[in-house]
Design a protein around this ligand. Sequence first.
Ligand code: PMV
Length: 309
Amino acid sequence: MITASAPGKVILFGEHSVVYGRPAIAAPVFNVSASAQIEAGGPGFRVIAPDLARDFWLRDALPDEPLAAAIRAALAHFTLDELPPGTLTVQSTIPLGRGLGSGAAISAAVVRALAGFLGRSLSPADVSALVFEVEKLHHGTPSGIDNTVIAFAQPVYFIKERPIQRLRVARPFTLVIGDTGVVAPTRRVVGALRQRWQANPQRYEGYFDEIAVIARHAKLAIEQEVVAVSALGKLMDENQEILEAMGVSSPELAGLIAAARAAGAWGAKLSGAGGGGNMIALVPPEIVAAVQTALVAAGASGVIVTEIR
Ligand code: PMV
């Protein structure tokens, strides 16, 4: 039995503007993960993904089936036409479609398991490139940040189409991640923003530039011992203000963000595409429980506490 996994992720700064060439910061979230197992044998290659309500034979897969796309991308990479018989089982504890990288993590776990099954090896850069192929099929114009942070499983300072820059975290910090429970497909939120950008490029380019400045400051704050961790919270609040002006927040996100701030968070913002999905709050360790309680009281459908290091 071959098994492989990949973590979830949060975007700390720069979602959306990263699609337009500005820098962003993301980090893996190891509390949640996707896993893939392959057992050899059987009459063909079968794929079972209970969380995605999928169970199919690879030979019968529809052209737009994301799991089959990940398998085909890996086969093409290994210059193989087909797989030996086996059963691939995919599971994930990452909430689906809520900005925590579930799609990219599932693809990463699948291509890693296939490499093991075929006795081949894949570097993190290979995994990232294969997952990016799948992301492109399903998300249109991905920046590449999800596949990068998930494949390398390290905090990154990311600029589209540039080599990965690992981010050194001078002092670990705690994030509370609150789920609105609202599923907002990334493709839809990114597409709607693109239309607003096309209608008013100057205004949106201005927003993207402002976020770029915030992301650069945040990089320094994360890397340097001398800057107080709490300073990051203020940058998160500033980033959120611009995301709201860009129209990618939502009343549910705003409610959770306000609740976290009222409970004493240093700062809070949406994370990922927005429109729903998750928010993150930077909190002093001693008030984690209070922020968790406040988020649940404000309607969060799930809360994850994670340390970024
Ligand atoms: O997949 P999500 O919801 O984490 O969003 C990805 C972040 C965006 O910047 C909105 C899109 C992208 O491709 O970078």
